[in-house]
Design a protein around this ligand. Structure first.
Ligand code: GUN
Length: 286
């Protein structure tokens, strides 16, 4: 078994991004600027946004964090997005999800100018992805492509099984892996909570991508020997020994599954770090 090492690969990608920012500076151009909107006090969302802002600082991107109260009105949030859309100083906009129940997520996503939608969630970007046109890719699937590419995983002809059909990961991932590009050219099965005998599909997977948000869901008897396993899960479990009081675990029972795999991503240190790389690459592109 070998690790698909998100720490290593994200480090390499960040170095190339730094070089590109320096090249912009030499041309007298300003660095990329990411604006993030965080609504409320969701602990995981706060942590994700903090690490996105920290990565901006590391890369010498400009960043703006707009923090809004949990009870902010939808119309006020839309006004904030409109101002960012109109600003020539802002290249990328992200609104951290989930949003409080009184705010319509689709209204918020649709309010972001597609050219600044560095999460790749806008229907224009999702539609362009589906049509095989250039677009801003959703950051997690993009990060997974970068990881598979770095390790030159020979995906063509593989049976790729994706667990989870979210708009953020599972659905775009299934489309990208079926495209006639590298990494891709897979035969794809998209499994979800209503799939009958889901384990039987997993056992047929040459490439298994787990994005269902259930800690340790994928067990050793669900994995074909020699499979490539990509674990998208970032689940918080209790831990008395860690300073934060929680520890992160994936959707895959890593200790049991890893010995059966040819390649596997760890959690932490896998897809999460690659997601931030996808976001930063999108921001530079935007
Ligand atoms: N919530 C979970 N994942 C994401 C993401 O990639 N982007 C945003 N904006 N919110 C998320």
């Amino acid at each position: 078994m070998q690790l698909l090492d998100g720490k290593l690969v994200s480090g390499i990608i960040k170095e190339t991004l730094q070089v590109e920012v320096e090249a912009l500076q030499r041309q007298g151009l300003r660095p990329p600027h990411l604006a993030a909107i965080l609504v409320g006090e969701h602990p995981a969302s706060k942590a994700y946004v903090a690490s996105k802002i920290k990565t901006c600082e590391y890369l010498q991107f400009k960043s703006t964090l707009i923090r809004l109260n949990e009870d902010v009105s939808e119309s006020y949030l839309l006004e904030q997005i409109q101002a960012l859309n109109e600003s020539d100083e802002v290249d990328g906009i992200l609104v951290q999800l989930p949003l409080p129940a009184h705010i319509r997520e689709h209204r918020v996503i649709e309010a972001i100018r597609p050219e600044k939608d560095v999460d790749g969630f806008h229907p224009v970007n999702q539609g362009r992805l589906l049509a095989g046109l250039p677009s801003l890719l959703p950051a997690t699937p993009y990060g997974i492509l970068l990881l598979l590419e770095h390790y030159q995983i020979p995906t063509a002809g593989m049976h790729c099984v994706v667990l989870g059909r979210s708009n953020i990961v599972g659905t775009p991932m299934s489309v990208l892996m079926s495209r006639n590009t590298y990494p891709g050219n897979c035969t794809v099965t998209l499994c979800h909570s209503k799939t009958n005998d889901l384990a039987s599909y997993c056992r047929e997977a040459d490439l298994l991508i787990a994005a269902i948000g259930k800690a340790g869901f994928v067990k050793a008897d669900m994995v074909k020997p020699g499979a490539v396993v990509v674990d998208v899960g970032i689940n918080r479990g209790p831990s008395a020994s860690s300073p934060q009081g929680y520890r992160l675990t994936g959707d895959v029972d890593f200790d049991a599954v890893a010995p059966k795999c040819s390649w596997i991503t760890p959690v932490p240190g896998g897809v999460g770090l690659m997601t931030i790389c996808g976001l930063m690459k999108n921001t530079l592109k935007a």
